[in-house]
Design a protein around this ligand. Sequence first.
Ligand code: UD1
Ligand code: CA
Length: 438
Amino acid sequence: MFLSVIILAAGKGTRMNSSKPKVFHEIANYPLLYHVVDSIKQLKPNSFNIVISNEIAEKTKEISKLYKDQNLKFSVQKKQLGTGHAVKCVKDLRYVNINDVTLILFADTPLIKINTLKKLVLKCKNKADLTILAMQPEDPKNYGRVMLKKGMVEKIVEFSEATPEDKKISLCNSGVMAVKTKLLLDFLTHLNSNNSKKEFFLTDLVDIFVKNKKTVVYHKCDYEETLGVNDREDLHHINNIFQKLKYQNLSKNGVSILDKNSVYFSYDTKIGKDSVVYPNVYFGKNVKIGKNVKVKSFSNLEDVYIAENCEIGPFARIRNHTNIEKDTRIGNFVELKKSKISQNVKISHLSYIGDASIDLNTNIGAGTITCNYDGKNKNKTEIGENCFIGSNSSLIAPIKIKKNSIVGAGTVLKNDVSRNTTVFRKSTLVKKKNMKSK
Ligand code: UD1
Ligand code: CA
C-alpha cells in the first residue's frame, strides 16, 4: 500500500497567546510537531506532507534538516480557511493503487499511539473508503459529534453547527482520519464553506462520501490519546500525561522512581535497569543513564551520559556534553560542564568542573574550582589518574596535572604539574594577640 500522510500545522493557535507558532510549543522539551512527526516516521509513509502557515515557512529548512531521511514536503496555507482548505493546499497527493490510503492528522495532538494509527489505516484499506478516529470523552465539550446509522458513520456535525439534540451525542470526532486517496482527490473539490464559521470543514467529507454511496466507518480509541493543545492549560495537561506515560515506561523497564510527581523527564530521557531516581530531579534533553545509578534529589541534568554504578547528587548540576564513566561519585553542590570524568572518580562536594578531563581514580576535594574562563576564552583542565586535589584549590586553566600527583589544600595553581609530584602553597600563619583582649 502506498501510504500518504498529511499533518495539519497551519492553525493560528491564537489561544496560546504567544509569539511562537503553536506547534513549536514543547511537551517534555520537544516541539508538538516533532512528537507527531516522530510517530508518523514509524509508519514509513511514501509521501509525507505538512501543511504550514506563513509564520512556520521560515522554519522548514531546520525541520527538513532534522528529518533528512524523511523527504518531508511542506505546503503553505496562506489563509486559515479551515481544515478542509488546509488539505486542499497539499500539492503532492498521489496514489498508485485504488486502495492506497491517506492519513490526515493534527500537529497539535501529540499523544496518539502508533498502534491506533496503524489500525485506523488498515481499517480504511480493508473495510472502508473513509475511517474516522472517534472517542467518547466524559465531557464532549465542543468537539464535532459523530452521527451513526446502523453502525456506520453518517455525518460529523461540527459543534458550531450542532442543534441541542446533536449535542447530546457522546461519540466525538478526534480530527484524525484515514481515507482512500483517490476518493479524497475526487471529493475534496465538493467541500464548501456554507456554515456559520465560513470555513471549509474537512469533516464535511463524511456527508459527501455517504451521499456518494461510499463506506464510512469509525475506529474508537482512548480519549486521552486524542487530546489536543489549544491553550497553555492544555499544554500543561498533556505534558502531565506524557510524564505519566514516561514514568510507566521507565518503571516497566526496571527503574525505581521514588516520587513520580516531582520528577520531570524529557522526551528522550533514557535510564538503565535498577537505577533509582529520588524526588525532585529534572532531566533536560539528551540524558542517558546506565544501570544501577542513583540520581539523588534536586539534581538537574542536561546533555549528559552517565555510565553504570554512579551516584549523582543530591544537588548536582551536570550539563553540556558531560560524560561520566562507571563507579563515579558526583556529590552535592557539584557543577560539571563539558567534562569527561573517568571511572571511579570522586567529586563529592561543592565544586565547579568545566571544560575538564579527569582520569581514573582521582579524588577532587571539596571546593575545587577549575578556573576555565580567562575573560575571553574557555580553557581546558586535564587531571591525570590517581591524583588528589586538596580542598579549596583553584586550578587556573589551561593546565595539566599529570598522574599520581597531589595538590595541597587551598592551592591556587597556574602551572602544570608533572607526574608523581606534590605541590602546595607555603604560607606562614601569622599569630598576634588581639588588641581588644589586652
Ligand atoms: C477539529 C474538527 C472537530 C474535532 C476536533 C478535535 C474540523 C472541521 N473539526 O475541530 O470535528 O472534534 O478537531 O480536536 O476538522 N488547521 C489548519 N488550517 C486551518 C485550520 C486548522 O492547518 O485553516 C489545523 C490546526 O493547526 C490544527 C488542526 O488543523 O492542528 C485542527 O484545527 P482546529 O481549528 O483546532 O479544529 P477544531 O475546531 O478543534
Ligand atoms: Ca482544536
